[in-house]
Design a protein around this ligand. Structure first.
Ligand code: PLP
Length: 383
């Protein structure tokens, strides 16, 4: 069957399997060699060249999911994003980056780019006009994150891709929050898509990994920098990631369904002053999200009313874990001001709307009645 016709869960379950030619086992064998034959071979394999059998084959699954020609797997989301940036930017170049962005990406840009003479501008907002206003003669890359972490703003992917194409500027997206289950940015014209595979790709809170997917041409450029930076993933973890990704479609769809139920419920809760979820009709970009996403995702944030202590609330939760990271099958909550955005100044957090009452909620696969019961009892314990 042609790969184009294969559905989501078929791709998840089958594309990128390493065939066990020797024993005909049902799952991919794990190739742990760090040393491969170099004589009379087509490909000289080495883990840091991102081309061991497990790396090469899992990349095919990611490429199939993202509708791209090629992909690469990295040791973390930050290894993926930093390698991608450095492949497309050199001294004297300029990047336009969305202002609402994962805190680690913001830190990377601010702390590392000045050392390499790379200029950057954070937009004033997340609309296409904000990106256009920030462009310079030397702009080489526009980077967006949608839905964004942690306020779930939605940027018009098609409009950004069009802007980039009209000016000869490459475009990239952090697709971590949506995952390819809910959003396929390459179909909307974006040049490169990256993931913290630590999140939905892994899905069980036990893997740290990253991925970039794009055309063969762009991936070659990224590979050339990647082999110098050395951010490859161990094959044992690549194998685990392949196993996790077999259920990516099932997990993310179940989590997305739960998130919609939880967002509607929280939105009506008297002790919740605001819910940020693109699937709510009250979300300012609901229509845009509907047009560019096939599902609204399983991430949301909410503001607890000001009379309640947001940290104490998280301590009172019995089922939902207060923990860093996101996207596992188990629901988690955190305070962005103490975690993902802790390294930003209070002023920077205020400017993008990250208050101390804000709680980011990663919805898992549990029964929503149990999640609601847990939130109710935690709020009751505060009174
Ligand atoms: N992008 C987003 C949206 C994230 O949430 C994160 C991590 O939280 C990253 C990138 C970085 O990924 P990693 O922690 O795997 O390096």
């Amino acid at each position: 069957m042609s790969k184009k016709k294969q559905g989501l869960n078929t791709i998840c379950a089958h594309v990128g399997e390493v065939k066990d030619e020797q024993f005909k086992g049902a799952v991919s064998p794990m190739y742990l060699s760090s040393s491969y034959e170099f004589l009379d071979v087509e490909v000289k394999r080495y883990p840091r060249y991102f081309n061991t059998p497990n790396q090469e084959f899992l990349a095919k699954k990611i490429a199939a999911l993202e509708h791209t020609e090629a992909a690469m797997i990295f040791g973390s989301g930050m290894a993926a994003i930093s390698t991608m940036f450095l492949a497309f930017l050199k001294q004297g170049d300029h990047i336009v980056v969305q202002n609402t962005l994962y805190g680690g990406t913001v830190n990377f840009i601010k702390e590392e780019f000045p050392k390499y003479g790379i200029e950057y501008t954070f937009t004033n907002g997340y609309k296409v006009e904000d990106f256009e206003a920030a462009l310079q003669e030397n702009t080489k890359l526009i980077h967006i994150e949608t839905p964004s972490n942690p306020l779930l703003t939605v940027t018009d992917i098609k409009a950004i891709a069009k802007l980039g194409k009209s000016k000869g500027i490459f475009t990239s997206i952090d697709n971590t929050f949506a995952s390819p289950v809910n959003q396929k940015p390459m179909d909307l014209g974006i040049d490169m898509v990256m993931h913290s595979a630590t999140k939905y790709f892994g899905g069980h809170s036990d893997i740290c990994a990253g991925a970039v997917a794009s055309s063969e041409e762009h991936m070659l450029r990224i590979w050339n920098v990647g082999k110098n930076l050395g951010g490859s993933l161990s094959d044992m973890t690549v194998w685990m990631l392949e196993r996790s990704m077999k259920t990516l479609g099932l997990r993310v769809k179940a989590q997305t369904k739960n998130a919609m139920k939880m967002a509607k419920w929280l939105d009506k809760h008297p002790k919740v002053s605001k819910v940020y979820y693109p699937g709510l009709k009250s979300h300012p970009e609901y229509q845009l999200a509907k047009s560019q996403m096939s599902g609204f995702g399983a991430m949301m944030s909410f503001e607890l009313s000001s009379d309640l202590d947001a940290l104490q609330f998280q301590k009172e939760l019995k089922l939902i874990k207060s923990s860093m990271s996101l996207a596992g099958v188990e629901s988690t909550m955190l305070s962005p001001y103490l975690t993902s955005h802790a390294l930003l100044t209070q002023e920077e957090r205020d400017s993008v709307g990250i208050s101390n009452q804000l709680i980011r909620f990663s919805v898992g696969i549990e029964e929503t009645k149990d999640l609601k019961r847990d939130i109710k009892q935690a709020i009751a314990a505060l009174k």
